[in-house]
Every structure is written in C-alpha cells, then in structure tokens.
Design a protein around this ligand. Structure first.
Ligand code: GLU
Length: 490
C-alpha cells in the first residue's frame, strides 16, 4: 500500500460542527494507525460564504480536541501559516493551478465553456420542475465549437466552464464503508468547474488538490457521496489514479434528523463552553458511527488509534445521544485530578458571581475542596456552579423533606449547641470540620440520624448532598451560625 495521506478539508464558513470534528477525528485515527500523514486544507473557493476568523477558529477547535496534523494550515503567533511541501494549502491561493487544469480539460474535450445567463438557467430549471424532471443543465452550450467559444471568451463574454459528462454512462467506484456504488450520468449535472469569477467550484478544486497532494483516502461525510461520481469522472479525464473513498454516516439527533443549530449545541465551541473535556467529547464522538471490535466504550486517543478501522464504521446515521456524551464526559471528570477540574471550574464560578479572580488565586485549596465536593456528580464543568450554589447563597432554599426534619423535639437543643459551639472558635479549618459533628454529639447526646439529618437540612436546605465535613468547612462559621440561628428564631 502507498504511504497513507489523508486530509480534512473544511470550508471557513464559521464554526467547526461536531460532525466535522468527527470527520477530522476519523482521518486522524486512520492516519496514525497507518503511520500516515494527515493534512489540513482550507477550502475557501466559495468567497461569498467566508467568515472572518473562521480559519483560526477551526484550528483552535482541532487543537483543543487533541487532533494533530502534519501538513497544511497552522496558527503560530496569532498568524495563519502553512507548512509542508504540497502547498499552498489554502485553495484561494491555488487559482492558477486550477485554471491550468481546467484548460487541460477543455483541450481534451472533457469540459466546455457555457455562456448561459442566470435567467436562462432559471427558466430551464423551472420548466424541468413543472415536468417533474430532476433539474439540471440542458447542455445547450455543449455543442458550441471550441474555436467559436474561445473567441467569445476572448471578447470578454461572461462564461463558466462545465464538465462534459458522457451521456448515459455508469460511473462506478468503491466505497470502503458502503461497497460498490454505481451512478448513471443521466442523473448527474454537467457540473460547473470554473465560475465566472475565476474561482473553481469545490468539485474541481477538490479533485485537483487531492491528486496533487497525493491523498490516498478521501474520508468525508456522506453528504458528499452524490458528488463523488463527478470526481471519479474527473480523475479519469485527467488520467489520474483515483483515491480510496470512505463516506461517513451523518451525525443525527435522536429524531434521526441532521444535528442542527436550531436544536442546541452543534459546534465544538458550544461544547467547549459548556465545559466538556476534550477527551470526553472526542471519545464519545468516535463512538457515533464507529465501535471497536471489543465494544469498549471508554478509550484514550492512543487506544482509539490502535483499535480504529473503517470495517467497523456504520453505513447509516450515527445518533448523537447527549445522555451518553454526559456519561462518557462524567467518567473523564471523575477520573481527572481535582487540581485540573478546579482550574477549569474557576471561570464558571467567577461568571456565576460566586468568586473573583483574586479570591481564586489566594484560596486554591478552598476551591479544590469545593470542587472535589461535587466533582463526582457533574457531567460537564458548567454544571458546577449550580451544584455549589448552596455554599454561596445567603439563605438556603429549604426543600420540603428537609423542612419536615426541622420539627423534631431534639431540634432546639441541637441547634443551640451548634451555634454555641461555633461561637467559641475563630474559624473552621479542616481538622475542626472533621471533628465537629462528634463534638456536638458529645455535648448533646444526640446521635445518628437525629443528629446528622437535621443538621444537613438546616445548613444546606436538603436531605441529600455531599460529604458533611466538606460542607461544614466550606460554609464556615458565620454562614452556619446565620442559617441555624434563623431557624431557631422562627
Ligand atoms: N470543503 C468540504 C466541506 O466543507 C470538504 C468535503 C470533502 O472532504 O471533500 O465539507
């Protein structure tokens, strides 16, 4: 087998969709597994859809996700740079290359100039639609003699160049996931290859670039499957060996519809902002449309590289199941160090208004205890503020079953003891917090459920929750006194 070279070729039209991230991931896994090279190429031939900063954002998202590539477009010192000996890797910088190849196709009779106006094309389409036909170019300009067409071009007449597909011919290719695919040219349009603005279309550029960049396997979303026969025909027209094809199933939502922005998070940025860990998102995404032979679900990047193969990529849409993502990500949060999760949690705590940067810097160990207290119960980092809200709130919100516990006859004695004991000390440190409940037990003789449950209810407003020692430490003297005294004075 030739040295494997694969590419991810996004268009810089905004953010990186998680479906795109999964395409990049499968390319990466396949390249790594086969000691191949992975290339990032930017497909910006549709100048009307460009978004400022999108290239930087794409690269940033890939980097965050831990997907490294060997050649192509990078960002260094806030500047977009290119590396590798198959460049340029940004299509708008390769216009002369496409032009040369389009000319070659015109000379060999595989392409032709088309002078049809937009109005005419619209009219043709409308008529076809009325007749119930698939709208496509009717081929009017196919028969213009080449010399005449060239004269018209030289005279400055506006035109495009179209692919001259043979009539009624089966185009066959093999897709590693889907097997042999046959499409007849009667179902394919004479695709525009070069637009009137001198830019190639995606179809022209993708074929030329994949060939010149020595790409061996095209791994992309299944939405490109209908375009592949045109590409295959172009390889033939140029006399080039065509690459292998792998079309990946679309990432779908639970209703089996394409995951779209209208239904919520779809971009890598969205998931990053919610505080998913890159390894959690990547691990989960790998499973949307692929599973390893041993059906293992939790895998590091290295394990995925080792286990990855296209044989186990599904033919039909992979369902994006947020609950499962949360389960996978929760696993990674639980197995991460408290130091790491605390650092990641700080911006969310600041945003919630619970702490400020200065406090965070000066109270690392307090914040680590805070985060450690709830770390087991969150699926992503932005859930943390809600979980620790009861520590920061001035007053507790009393749940019903907590309220019920406060009527016991031992309560006045218990609460008075808590307040009395706390008033004798300066502040609660961890050692004191550890012995506090024992101290109260000793001084009151109240124990077990009668001691712990109402105390938890009084200071947290709930009958369930994390470790009491941590809560006592985190709340501190003043807050506990305030909460308990308020109940005593009711
Ligand atoms: N530029 C295309 C996209 O945005 C790439 C398709 C391909 O990989 O061939 O998805």
């Amino acid at each position: 087998m030739k040295d494997v070279r694969v590419r991810f070729a996004p268009s810089p039209t905004g953010y990186l969709h998680i479906g795109g991230l999964r395409t990049a991931l499968y390319n990466y896994l396949f390249a790594k597994k086969n000691n191949g090279k992975f290339i990032l190429r930017i497909e910006d031939t549709d100048q009307t859809r460009l978004v400022e900063g999108a290239i930087e954002n794409l690269i940033d998202s890939l980097q965050w996700a831990g997907i490294e590539y060997d050649e192509g477009v990078f960002v260094e010192d806030h500047k977009v740079v290119q590396k590798g000996d198959h460049g340029p890797y940004i299509q708008s910088q390769r216009l002369d290359i496409y032009k040369k190849h389009v000319d070659q196709l015109i000379e060999s009779g595989h392409a032709y100039y088309c002078f049809c106006s937009k109005e005419r094309l619209d009219q043709v389409r409308d008529e076809q639609k009325i007749k119930g036909l698939v709208p496509k170019y009717d081929g009017l300009c196919r028969s213009i003699p080449i010399e005449e067409a060239k004269k018209r071009v030289a005279n400055g007449e506006e035109c495009v160049v179209r692919l001259k597909l043979p009539h009624n011919r089966d185009i066959k290719f093999y897709d590693i996931v889907r097997g042999e695919i046959v499409i007849n040219t009667k179902d394919i349009d004479d695709q525009v290859l070069l637009k009137s603005d001198g830019f190639p279309t995606y179809h022209m550029a993708v074929v030329v670039d994949d060939h010149l960049m020595d790409i061996t396997h095209i791994v992309r979303g299944e939405e490109w499957l209908p375009s592949t026969p045109k590409h295959v025909f172009l390889y033939e027209a140029f006399g080039w060996e065509k690459p292998e094809y792998v079309h990946l199933p679309t990432v779908l939502n639970k209703d089996r519809k394409k995951l779209s922005k209208r239904q919520g998070d779809v971009s890598v940025d969205d998931f990053k902002a919610r505080g998913y860990l890159p390894e959690g998102l990547i691990n989960y995404l790998a499973l949307v449309g692929w599973s390893p032979e041993d059906n293992e679900e939790i895998m590091s990047m290295d394990e995925m590289v080792e286990k990855f193969s296209f044989d186990r990529v599904a033919k039909t849409g992979g369902i994006f199941d947020k609950d499962k993502l949360d389960w996978v990500n929760g696993h990674y949060i639980r197995s991460s160090s408290v130091e790491r999760i605390s650092k990641l949690a700080i911006p969310y705590l600041v945003e919630a208004g619970y702490i400020d940067e200065k406090f965070a810097q000066e109270n690392t160990s307090w914040i680590e205890t805070l985060v450690d207290t709830v770390k087991e119960s969150v699926s992503y980092i932005s859930e943390i503020p809600e979980k620790v809200k009861f520590i920061f709130d001035e007053d507790v919100e009393m749940e019903e079953d907590a309220q019920e516990l406060l009527g016991g006859e031992q309560i006045p004695q218990l609460f008075n003891a808590i307040v009395g004991e706390l008033k004798t000390i300066e502040e609660i440190d961890m050692d004191y917090a550890k012995s506090f409940m024992k101290t109260i037990q000793k001084s009151t003789g109240i124990k077990g459920k009668n001691l712990y449950m109402p105390t938890r209810a009084a200071i947290t407003g709930s009958v369930h929750g994390p470790e009491m020692v941590n809560i006592i430490y985190l709340l501190g003297k003043d807050k506990i006194i305030k909460r308990v005294e308020k109940l005593l004075n009711k």
